[in-house]
Design a protein. Structure first.
Lengths: 178, 180
């Protein structure tokens, strides 16, 4: 009996040491930290009347110019947007055209006439590529045309000196291209 | 049936999450400062009116005149912002027909007195055109006189024979934006 008990205990001891021993394993912990970032979205639009004028002031047959630029950076020299962008430009001069008969506006990209023309409104779309600098240069040429058919209306506008504080408005919406 | 329903719901959730995820995009709007658009001021002012009718009483040997002023400044002080041509036209054919001896002249006042700038022709038409008579944004007033001189001993005296006759006169003053 004693012998049996001794053998059992011995076997148990061996088994335990084996098990404990096999629990000793190599271990190594590797910790890595990764960043998650949002891709940069950058966009700017600036514009001004060409020359030193503070307003578009026209007589029949005369023209003036408004220049503006669109870019996929927040400021000149700044980092470029990391996503492709669609730019939607809307130019509105409806009210001025209604009170100054014969007034027209034309949008140019460089020297090329562009845009879709409706009654007193011009729309235009441009695109930029991800991480590639885009700087679009545009001009709006306002002309008070005189074909002789609007003399009375134009004279009336000049007599009363029509003036519209929001005669020309320009909006640019930049949207990530999907 | 339940299994099918579960699969369908799972698919629907997957589809919704995919669709919702693709609607999230960057977008931004810039409104550039509005620009004032205005018409250049255009003013033609004439004392006694731009188009006028008047009666003058004249006898043989007499000189009568009618004065009027033309300006590019309005009563509010605003001055024309464009160069302006000036045209003065008058039709005195009725006078010519009744009083052929009457000399009709248009005089312009200057520093050294009055200068004759136009005269009615034999039919009675008087026309005066001055290019860029007024400069943009420079207030100016021109003083004119229309003179009628009935010389004595002419044919007209016998035509009237002591009776008076009233003849209407009309003068047109027109300003036009000068275009180079």
């Amino acid at each position: 009996m004693k012998k049996k008990l001794f053998l059992i205990i011995l076997a148990l001891a061996i088994l335990t040491s084996l098990t404990a021993g096999t629990l000793a394993v190599y271990t190594k912990t590797v910790t890595e930290t990764e960043k998650i970032e949002a891709k940069r979205f950058a966009f700017s639009a600036v514009g001004d009347i060409a020359g030193d004028s503070k307003s578009i002031n026209l007589a029949p047959t005369e023209s003036m110019e408004y220049d503006f630029t669109i870019a996929n950076v927040d400021s000149k020299g700044g980092p470029v947007a990391e996503v492709a962008l669609d730019f939607n430009v809307t130019i509105n001069y409806q009210q001025a055209a209604s009170q100054m008969p014969g007034l027209t506006a034309t949008l140019y990209s460089g020297e090329e006439k562009v845009g879709v023309y409706a009654d007193g409104q011009i729309t235009y779309t441009a695109k930029s590529s991800a991480s590639e600098l885009y700087e679009g240069t545009f001009k709006v040429v306002l002309t008070w045309a005189d074909d002789g058919s609007n003399n009375a209306g134009q004279t009336t506008a000049g007599n009363s000196k029509v003036s519209l504080a929001t005669g020309l408005t320009l909006t640019v919406v930049a949207t990530q291209a999907v | 049936m339940r299994k099918t329903l579960r699969v369908l719901i799972l698919l629907l959730m997957l589809f919704t999450s995919l669709t919702a995820g693709t609607l999230a995009v960057y977008t931004s709007r810039i409104d550039l400062s509005p620009v004032t658009i205005s018409a250049k001021r255009f003013v033609l002012g004439v004392n006694q009116g731009g188009q006028d009718e008047f009666d003058l009483r004249i006898g043989p040997g007499e000189l009568v005149s009618y004065q009027f002023d033309v300006t590019n400044q309005g009563t509010d002080g605003g001055v024309s912002e464009v160069d302006m041509d000036l045209m003065i036209d008058a039709d005195f054919t009725a006078i010519r027909a009744s009083l052929p001896d009457v000399e009709i002249k248009l005089l312009l006042s200057s520093g050294s007195g009055n200068i004759e700038v136009a005269a009615a022709d034999s039919s009675g038409i008087l026309s005066y055109h001055s290019s860029s008579a007024f400069n943009a944004s420079a207030a100016k007033e021109l003083n004119f006189s229309l003179t009628f001189y009935w010389s004595e001993g002419g044919v007209s005296s016998s035509l009237i024979e002591g009776n008076s006759v009233v003849l209407p006169l009309t003068v047109y003053v027109k300003g036009v934006q000068h275009v180079s």
